[in-house]
Ligand binder design. Structure first.
Ligand code: FDA
Length: 310
């Protein structure tokens, strides 16, 4: 718990970010969880995963952009990525994931409008390419604006996916709202940031219990559940619930992060399930990687070993 809090604080430290990002010693760790620096490398990875029967959602790394020009660069990066996916013939297996603050949501009063415009451009490009977009969920202060953003774009793009985090107490209500929307693509995860104790669950068992509750609600609904977890117990429960509510393998999907439990990804795909791998790429990997270490001490140990070997 203390390690998790320390690492999540480190994820927000600019000085540590500058130091670690400049170090060549971290390369091995980055390579395990990040597909590469450029869109071309992410597309190549998506192609390799598609050959193994795995779907992908590609994320251009970066968050909390501090200037509209950065948000514009990220948006153009997604448009380029979508063009490449189209050229590679991968749009039936690969979609994109977008962090709202990467396209401007954190930019003060005009942020919501800017993020809506940029996300709308990405959605239009995805529609033209024949694929979909899922909106990631970030720290707690962005949850309500992100849900408004998704709601404002779902009219034009009903396939626009959204992430909900089971560690937040409000998610029971958010799940109920999404469950009523026919075909709403909902990615359910535990949550990777540090929620306030008054609005989020601090204990792992409470988060897990909430996840099961949310999963049950989603499986018994009109929505399309995207089960984003590596937790073996929750994966089993998801499988059981899907069966209980008459969902076949095309009625939901499992999702895992690139580099996490690749054998389990393969095993589920071999059973005939849809498995989507979240593939991040880009040079701004610091915050993403530190969150991976916070949620799993084995990842931090792997990082320490790799760095010490050099
Ligand atoms: P948790 O970390 O609690 O681990 C439970 C158990 O799972 C472990 O004890 C171990 O047995 C197994 N396990 C977990 N990781 C493993 C690994 N790497 N290797 C082997 N076993 C492992 N969060 C967020 O806040 N906003 C978002 O938009 C997203 N998006 C997102 C997309 C996708 C596709 C995924 C898979 C996850 C996210 N997340 C996220 C992250 C999510 O909230 C969460 O932090 C991580 O998935 C870790 O939680 P788990 O459910 O995997 O279980």
């Amino acid at each position: 718990m203390v390690l998790r809090q320390t690492l999540l604080a480190a994820a927000r430290s600019d000085r540590l970010r500058a130091f670690v990002s400049g170090s060549r010693a971290t390369r091995g760790v980055v390579d395990r969880f990040v597909a590469g620096e450029h869109a071309e490398e992410a597309v190549r990875t998506a192609g390799e995963l598609a050959e193994r029967g795995l779907l992908t959602s590609i994320d251009h790394l970066g968050e909390e952009t501090e200037h509209p020009s950065q948000a514009e660069d990220v948006t153009k990066g997604y448009l380029h990525l979508l063009r490449l996916l189209g050229q590679a013939g991968l749009t039936s297996s690969a979609e994109v994931s977008v962090k709202p603050t990467a396209v401007g949501l954190a930019l003060g009063d005009e942020g919501a409008q800017l993020a809506a415009e940029n996300l709308s451009r990405i959605c239009a490009a995805a529609a033209e390419a024949g694929t979909t977009v899922t909106v990631d969920m970030e720290g707690e202060q962005y949850v309500a604006p992100t849900l408004r953003l998704v709601a404002s774009l779902r009219g034009d793009h009903p396939w626009l996916g959204c992430v909900l985090q089971s560690y937040l107490r409000r998610t029971d209500g958010d799940i109920a709202a999404m469950a009523a929307e026919s075909g709403a693509r909902v990615r359910l995860c535990k949550g990777a940031y540090a929620p306030d104790p008054s609005t989020g669950y601090a204990e792992r068992r409470d988060v897990d219990a909430a996840y099961v509750r949310h999963l049950r609600r989603l499986m018994d609904s009109e929505a399309y559940p995207m089960v984003a977890t590596h937790d073996p117990r929750l994966i089993d429960i998801a499988t059981t619930l899907a069966r209980r509510f008459g969902r076949t393998y095309d009625g939901f999907e499992y999702q895992m992060l690139y580099g996490a439990r690749p054998d389990e990804q393969r095993r589920l795909a071999d059973l005939g399930a849809q498995v989507r791998v979240y593939v991040p790429y880009g040079s701004d990997w610091y915050g993403y990687l530190v969150r991976r270490m916070a949620e799993r001490p084995a990842n931090a140990t792997f990082a320490a070993r790799t760095v010490l070997r050099r």
